[in-house]
Design a protein around this ligand. Structure first.
Ligand code: PLP
Length: 372
């Protein structure tokens, strides 16, 4: 039995620190925007190599507030991908803007920079790349296009805490960036949470206002805002886990190297496509996603052997019922559509043992060799 995820293993390893952090908050009796959130914001900004971090209610809200802080709203268009968590597109619509979807890069699976410029119109305000599966998007060409067309760049870093592009952390490349602390992310809370990071003090201040009713002082709204706050308990938990994040990401990379070693011949003999690690990037393997034309049969085979897998994502956003009216018929984003048919995420979390990685790899071999 190798589950697709198992957060109990993580808790077991850091139980004492976690229990102490939780007790500290309960004993202090302050639960909203206190010293834990302030301390976490400082520590997380330093981790990302940026000046400011603002804790918010979720990754979706982080994207939504980042967009609004940039003044993006009704009548504006934001260029992003269809091969992503639906949250990316939902956040653009929450801000009142229109998502414009482009295809993915066939090797990196992130936004294809060569497809962006043809979709720019007079209404385009921003490019929103997603660092998918832990692999940084190819930022330099995107930043160059953004400069030429006076567009804002908003990074969706929900799957890439600690990933580096050209030696610098994701989240520090664009104008502003959003992180999610959904429990299974590389840095996960015990509930919902998110953060907006930026080097721009004015943008950070706007997010601070937006997350709490536009209050500059209590009960007086300076702009129209909402309630989207990271809470003290989650911040205290995230501070504990942040101390382990570098080591956890390193272990994910080790596991990826083991998979690569065990599966190299499956790649050359049976057409299994392994994730590529671009030379300009330090991938943090939020997910270990392989591709195969017989994905569904492969997945069933693994399931029967007690190996949990997931599909990220089975239906691209543009083909989901809720988004049919965005106007992208089947066939319009071919790389995205091929990915959604072929990808499968193998177990990937720092607590996975070398033996389990080997078990998963052997089960994959058995699928093609007809042994088992
Ligand atoms: C998880 C995720 C989000 C949303 O984060 P939540 O905290 O679940 O709201 C946004 N974008 C991507 C790419 C994600 O993986």
């Amino acid at each position: 039995m190798v589950p697709a995820f198992d957060l109990r293993r993580q808790y077991k390893n850091i139980r004492e620190e976690m229990d102490q952090a939780i007790a500290r908050v309960l004993e202090r009796g302050r639960f909203i925007l206190g010293e834990e959130v302030a301390a976490f914001e400082r520590e997380f900004a330093a981790f990302c190599g940026v000046a400011h971090a603002v804790g918010v209610g979720s990754g979706t809200e982080a994207l939504h507030l980042a967009l609004r802080a940039c003044g993006i709203g009704p009548g504006d268009e934001v260029i992003t991908v269809s091969h992503t968590a639906v949250a990316t597109v939902a956040a653009i619509e929450l801000a009142g803007a229109r998502p414009v979807l482009v295809d993915g890069d066939p090797r990196r699976y992130t936004i294809d920079p060569t497809k962006v410029e043809e979709r720019i119109t007079p209404s385009t305000r921003a490019i929103l790349p997603v660092h998918l599966y832990g692999c940084p998007a190819d930022m330099e060409p995107l930043l160059e296009i953004a400069r030429r067309h006076h567009l804002v760049v908003i990074e969706d870093c929900a799957q890439a805490h600690g990933a580096l592009y050209k030696g610098r952390p994701v989240g520090s490349w664009g104008d502003i960036a959003a992180f999610s602390f959904y429990p299974t992310k590389n840095l996960g809370a015990c509930g919902d949470g998110g953060a907006v990071v930026t080097n721009d003090p004015a943008l950070a201040e706007r997010v601070r206002l937006l997350r709490e009713y536009g209050w500059a002082e209590r009960y007086v709204s300076h702009i129209r805002g909402l309630n989207s706050r990271l809470d003290e308990l989650q911040a205290a938990i995230l501070r504990v886990k942040l101390r382990h994040l570098r080591a956890w990401n390193e272990r994910r990379r080790q596991i990826a190297a083991l998979y690569r070693e065990h599966l190299a011949d499956a790649a050359s003999r049976w057409g299994l496509v392994l994730p590529e690690e671009p030379e300009d990037a330090r991938h943090v393997y939020h997910l270990y996603v392989v591709r195969h034309l017989r994905r569904d049969a492969l997945r069933r085979f693994l399931e029967e052997r007690g190996i949990g897998t997931l599909i990220h994502y089975p239906v691209p956003v543009h083909l989901q019922p809720a988004y049919a009216d965005l106007g992208y018929p089947a066939g319009s984003l071919p790389v995205t559509e091929a990915l959604s048919r072929e990808v499968v995420s193998l177990p990937m979390y720092p607590e996975l043992t070398d033996e389990e990685v080997q078990m998963v790899s052997e089960a994959l071999h058995a699928f093609w060799e007809g042994t088992s």
